[in-house]
Design a protein around this ligand. Structure first.
Ligand code: F0G
Length: 345
């Protein structure tokens, strides 16, 4: 066995790179496809988690960023810009460091998780908080990239989706074929579109199930949401850029795009942590909340092979882990006191 080389070297012939492309990589991809025994038991399906929090910056965004930044470097870009609910900016900031580029990021003020803010800052990004939501940030980033010498690396940059499709390649490599059903959270709708592209290129197709937060579910409602609301800040998006592609993925695959409530998202978040040993951020749990709902509605029948993508690492947004748990006890340096506090006696 040889060491994983990052998605560009692993899948070079299936990605839009040339011999001249400088490969800017943090060795992203190669993430675990983890069997989920408790979820399998609960659903009567054969459930796996694609654990994207294991990527270098803790989310699936690294797959798209390696391709987008490598191509930007090939084109001689000196600066990149993105709008973000936090993960794209964390990834862009880290890859910009590797490429020696300036990174500018626009985030919705007060609506991104602390860990993600820390990532953009520690990697030296120029960060602006915008007095608006993600959709406003994206519009502004598009304008700036049109009028100033700065390359846009949001998923409207086609190289992003091309990179993100590599997750589908890995799943097919591991399982030998697509699962019957693939569940994932939907925000700006790039990832569901990228997976569908990847599966089609492998000539093996699951039904694609996407899940939006109920307060930010424009595709489910069929119209943009002006004031999207959800505790899952990563997918707090009212006007997804890849809307049409996501609808095509849904319809061509015979799948569905549905809404799950914040309550369902938090229940799935806790279940993943306490019963599967997997700590994800709240938005990531939408895929699992969605699978549970789809089973209840009999949209998915028993015995199916299911992959749920869990998109980001729980450490990025620990507030929900802490607020849901009892405050830790303090005891003196005393074995008896510790044993009794731990209920070992
Ligand atoms: N899960 C996480 C953890 C995310 O950060 C995102 C998107 C999604 C799911 C949804 O994926 O947008 O392709 O439908 N985050 C973007 C960002 C918007 O700026 O980090 P999508």
């Amino acid at each position: 066995t040889k060491a994983w080389r990052g998605i560009i070297e692993e899948y070079r012939d299936r990605l839009p790179v040339t011999a001249d492309t400088p490969v800017i990589t943090l060795l992203e991809g190669g993430t675990p496809l983890l069997p989920a025994p408790r979820l399998s038991q609960l659903t009567g399906c054969d459930v796996y988690l694609k654990v994207e929090g294991a990527n270098p910056t803790g989310s699936f965004k690294d797959r798209g960023m390696t391709v987008a930044i490598s191509r930007a470097a090939q084109d001689g870009a000196k600066a990149i810009i993105c709008a973000s609910t936090g993960n794209t900016s964390a990834s862009a900031a880290a890859y910009a460091v590797r490429a020696g580029m300036v990174c500018a990021v626009l985030v919705p003020q007060g609506k991104i998780a602390m860990g993600k803010l820390a990532q953009a800052l520690v990697h030296g990004a120029r960060l602006l908080q915008i007095d608006g939501n993600f959709d406003d940030c994206l519009e502004l980033a598009r304008k700036l990239s049109a009028d100033y010498p700065v390359a846009l690396v949001n998923s409207v940059n086609r190289y992003r989706l091309e990179g993100q499709k590599s997750a589908a390649f890995e799943i097919v490599d591991t399982l030998g074929a697509a699962p019957d059903v693939h569940c994932l959270p939907v925000g700006n709708a790039g990832n569901i579109s990228a997976y569908w592209m990847g599966y089609q290129e492998c000539d093996t197709r699951p039904r694609m199930f996407g899940f939006q937060a109920a307060g930010a579910a424009p595709i489910v409602r069929g119209e943009p949401v002006l004031k999207p609301q959800t505790i899952a800040t990563a997918i707090r998006i009212g006007h997804p850029a890849s809307w049409d592609l996501a609808v095509r993925a849904r319809d061509e695959s015979g799948g569905a795009i549905e809404a799950v409530t914040d309550r369902q998202i938090l229940a799935a978040y806790r279940l993943l942590a306490r019963e599967e040993g997997v700590f994800v951020e709240p938005a990531s749990a939408a895929s699992v909340a969605g699978l549970l709902q789809a089973r209840e509605e009999e949209l998915v029948s028993t015995g199916r092979r299911v992959v749920c993508t869990v998109t980001g690492n729980g450490l990025k947004d620990p507030d929900w882990a802490i607020s849901g748990a009892p405050a830790p006890m303090t005891v003196p340096v005393d074995a008896h006191a510790a044993a009794s506090a731990l209920e070992l006696t």
